[in-house]
Design a protein around this ligand. Structure first.
Ligand SMILES: Nc1ncnc2c1ncn2[C@@H]1O[C@H](COP(=O)(O)OP(=O)(O)OP(=O)(O)O)[C@@H](O)[C@H]1O
Ligand SMILES: [Mg+2]
Length: 236
């Protein structure tokens, strides 16, 4: 990747819930390098992910992807334009098996991603192919949510807190799987509260405070600065 084709350019994005101004002049870019956004509870991370996917309306601004304006487009059209979405909370169907989730999305003609190739990336899902969503572990559900998004053949994968509620060893495993997708050229925008996970994936970290991008730093910089971690995430 690395071409203009897959570049996301967000500019002056404003979103309100009624009269509450939740996203305030948000602007950033995602190219070939993965970008992660961190921020405490309720800062507006999910609202941003949803606004990128057309799931919440924006009052103003611009979301361009590969040169095309997507603000105001339907979620369907945005996914079709090449943005894949892994929602917070995974949103797995309790009564559908792993395999049913995947075949229901199917594969796009000529795509790198098919049900078989997502099973190659997540062998655990192949082992659990006939298990219903309700009986998958949190980590398995998260893999399935990512696998489902990959089947839409996204040039850019938007993930909302994939590490939430998972045990550290599972988070570590998920991070290394995602890292290999990134190394293969998958472009990623990640929203996270888990700093270690965010910095493992994103070379570049955006910090959201009260619906604004408060700062923008290299991963090493944030990892080395406990004061900033405490300020932005309350973790130190
Ligand atoms: N549908 C909604 N209607 C009204 N207010 C909402 C709605 N969804 C979220 N909010 C509010 O908007 C703000 C931002 O919420 P958002 O879910 O985007 O934050 P977040 O950073 O994703 O938080 P978390 O870390 O808990 O996932 C919060 O104050 C939240 O209460
Ligand atoms: Mg959220």
């Amino acid at each position: 990747m690395g071409d203009e084709d897959g570049r996301l350019v967000v500019d002056g994005l404003n979103v309100y819930y009624d009269r509450v101004h939740v996203l305030q002049d948000v602007g950033f870019e995602v190219g070939a390098e993965p970008v992660a956004m961190v921020g405490r509870n309720g800062m507006g991370k999910t609202t941003l992910a949803k606004a990128l996917l057309g799931l919440v309306p924006a009052a103003s601004g611009s979301v361009r992807f590969g040169g095309q304006e997507l603000l105001g487009a339907s979620p369907y059209k945005i996914v079709k334009a090449g943005i894949g979405y892994v929602p917070q909370g995974r949103r797995i169907w309790p009564s559908l098996s792993t395999h049913e989730h995947l075949v229901m999305v199917g594969a796009k003609a000529g795509s790198r991603w098919t049900v078989d190739t997502v099973y190659d990336v997540f062998p655990r899902l192949a082992e659990r192919r006939d298990v219903s969503g309700a009986n998958l572990s949190g980590g398995e559900q998260q893999m399935l949510a990512i696998a489902r998004a990959l089947l839409t053949n996204p040039r850019l994968l938007v993930m909302d807190e994939p590490s939430e509620g998972l045990a550290p060893a599972i988070v570590e495993h998920l991070a290394s799987t995602l890292r290999s997708l990134v190394d293969e050229g998958q472009s990623v925008f990640l929203v996270e509260q888990n700093l270690r996970f965010a910095t493992e994936l994103g070379d570049h970290i955006l910090v959201m405070v009260n619906g604004r991008i408060a700062t923008d730093l290299r991963s090493e910089e944030l990892l080395a600065d406990e004061e900033k971690q405490n300020l932005y995430l309350g973790v130190a």
